[in-house]
Ligand binder design. Structure first.
Ligand code: ATP
Ligand code: TZP
Ligand code: MG
Ligand code: MG
Length: 271
């Protein structure tokens, strides 16, 4: 992956300030809005079935996040998703906790059937479950998933006909044909709730400004991981609280130059 391109897309997010419509969970709502603002995007959270269609059609991207799902939000997600589809707005899906309960797995399936999803981001357990494999999910956290994460991502992308981003120690970004593996990030990200959800929304911001959605997703994952590294360098010894605040600051200041210096993302040969 060209590091200059990653910096260019990051720059476009800040220049174009895209509107990102999030239907997300109650745990991460404020953190997601602040993270998108810090990065240079414009967040909006809107849930009412009466308005989600209108909001989604004027957004640069729609992010659907299953974290604290209920029957009303599922209906809103489907209305918003269909409107986004009709108006050429990319839809990014975070199947939080898929596999943890039958309800979550079923609703993930329903959302994916009724809405054309451009990019799905989740941990390995969530992605395995939505692709139809049994895998351990502990609440909303990845359980101990056996097997190769790259193979899992490629299989899921082919089966679900969408771009898949599997995150963890290594991140895999694939459309089933072209695959990138990234190694930016820091383990302290797992000690702050919502860092996966915020990443999904950041992918939305990148997808809003870059038509090549695979490049958008890979660039978002890389820039986000580098911001986390910069924040961890300054605060990891103090703990997750200080890290969380510093991470917002680093999302605001991570630059193309940082990407050149720190990006670790490589393309894997396909079959
Ligand atoms: P989980 O609930 O299992 O933590 P999640 O939805 O919060 O999943 P993560 O997989 O934790 O999402 O990904 C969020 C961010 O944290 C990504 O940028 C990812 O690269 C990073 N990350 C996760 N684990 C590690 C790790 N061990 N080392 C470095 N970065 C990590
Ligand atoms: N419970 C329901 S949603 C949620 C929790 C703790 C937040 C999950 O955030 P992330 O980004 O997947 O860690
Ligand atoms: Mg997490
Ligand atoms: Mg998550």
């Amino acid at each position: 992956m060209d590091k200059v391109l990653i910096g260019d897309i990051l720059h476009k997010v800040r220049k174009e300030n895209p509107l990102v419509h999030n239907i997300t969970n109650v745990v991460v709502t404020n953190f997601t809005a602040n993270g998108l603002l810090a990065l240079g995007a414009s967040p909006v959270m809107a849930y009412a079935p009466e308005e989600v269609g209108d909001m989604a059609k004027i957004a640069g991207a729609l992010v659907l996040n299953m974290g604290t799902l209920n029957s009303a939000t599922v209906e809103s997600m489907i209305i918003a998703g269909k409107s986004a589809n009709d108006h050429g707005v990319p839809v990014i899906f975070d199947p939080v906790g898929a596999g943890a309960t039958p309800y979550r797995t079923e609703m993930a399936g329903r959302i994916m059937r009724e809405v054309k999803i451009s990019i799905i981001r989740g941990n390995a357990g969530e992605i395995a479950n939505i692709a139809g494999f049994q895998a351990e999910v502990k609440g909303v956290d990845a359980g101990n998933v056996q097997g190769n994460q790259i193979d899992l991502a490629i299989t899921a992308a082919r089966k679900l006909q969408t771009i898949i981003v599997v995150t963890g120690k290594e991140d895999v970004i694939t459309d089933g044909i072209t695959t990138f593996v990234g190694r930016n990030g820091h383990p302290i990200l797992t000690k702050v709730t919502g860092t996966g959800c915020l990443l999904t929304s950041v992918i939305g911001a990148f997808a809003a400004v870059e038509k090549n959605l695979l490049a958008a997703a890979a660039s978002a994952v890389t820039a986000y991981g580098i911001a986390a590294e910069l924040a961890a360098e300054r605060t990891a010894s103090k703990g997750p609280g200080n890290f969380q605040m510093e991470f917002l600051d680093q999302l605001a200041s991570v630059s193309g130059q940082h990407v050149i210096e720190k990006a670790f993302i490589e393309q894997r040969e396909g079959e």
